[in-house]
Design a protein around this ligand. Sequence first.
Ligand SMILES: C[S@@+](CC[C@H](N)C(=O)[O-])C[C@H]1O[C@@H](n2cnc3c(N)ncnc32)[C@H](O)[C@@H]1O
Length: 228
Amino acid sequence: MAHWLRTLLPEPVAESLRAWRADRRDARDWRAYRAAPVTPPPHAVKARAVIEHGRRFGLDMLIETGTYEGEMARKASAHFRRVVTIELDPGLARAAERRLARLGNVEVLCGDSARVLPQVLAALREPALFWLDGHFSGVGTARGDTDTPLAAELEAIARHPVAGHVVLIDDARLLGTGEYPSLEAIHRIAGAWRPDGAIEVADDSLRLTPAAPAHAAAGAMQAVGAGA
Ligand SMILES: C[S@@+](CC[C@H](N)C(=O)[O-])C[C@H]1O[C@@H](n2cnc3c(N)ncnc32)[C@H](O)[C@@H]1O
C-alpha cells in the first residue's frame, strides 16, 4: 500500500490491510516455492517453519532475535501463547511495538540480543522456540558489536537449565562467511549442549531440535558432512 494512502487511513485499518496483503503474498510465494525452491526462501516459508516447529514440539513461547518490521512476530502470534522479539534499532523497535500492540501477546524488547537474550533467558521457566535472525541486513537495519551475535546467542541458550528448547537459525547459507560462525562451530556448541540432539539444515535454516525426528536423520547427516 502506498505510504501516503496508509497515512490517510486510521492505523488499525491500515494495519489490517497491510496484513491482508502480506498474507495473500505469502500464499502466492508458498505455492511458487513448492514448485521451484529458491535461496533465500520467501518469508512465507520461514514463518511456516517457525509455526510448524512450535506445533511439532508443543512449544507455547517464541523468542525471536531481530524483529525488523515485526512480520514474523505478527504471523506467529496466533500460534504461540507468547512472543518475545528483540530488535537493536530503536526506530524499528518502536514501529514494531506500535504495530504489534493490538495483538496482545507480543512483547518487543529494544537492545542488542547478545545482551538482551540472556536477560530474557534469566526469567524463562519453560521450553521455548528460538528464531535467531538478529543480524545486520544492510541499509535501514542495525549492527551491534559484530554483524551477527549468533555465537553469543547460542551459548546463552546452551547454558539455560530448561530442557526442550528448539532453535532455528535463519540464513544458514551465511554460516562460515564474514563474521558468521561456521557450521563446525555451531556443531561444537550444539554437541556440548545436547549431544543427543539433532541438527538439520532445510530451507536455508539450521534447526537444533531435542531429538532427531525420523525424517530429519538424513538431513542431520548431510549437515554434518557438508561442512561450511
Ligand atoms: C533479517 S531482519 C529480521 C527479520 C525478522 N526476524 C522476520 O523474520 O521478519 C534482521 C534484524 O535484526 C536486527 N539486528 C541486527 N543486529 C542485531 C542485534 N545484535 N540484536 C538485535 N537485533 C539486531 C536488524 O536491525 C534487523 O531489523
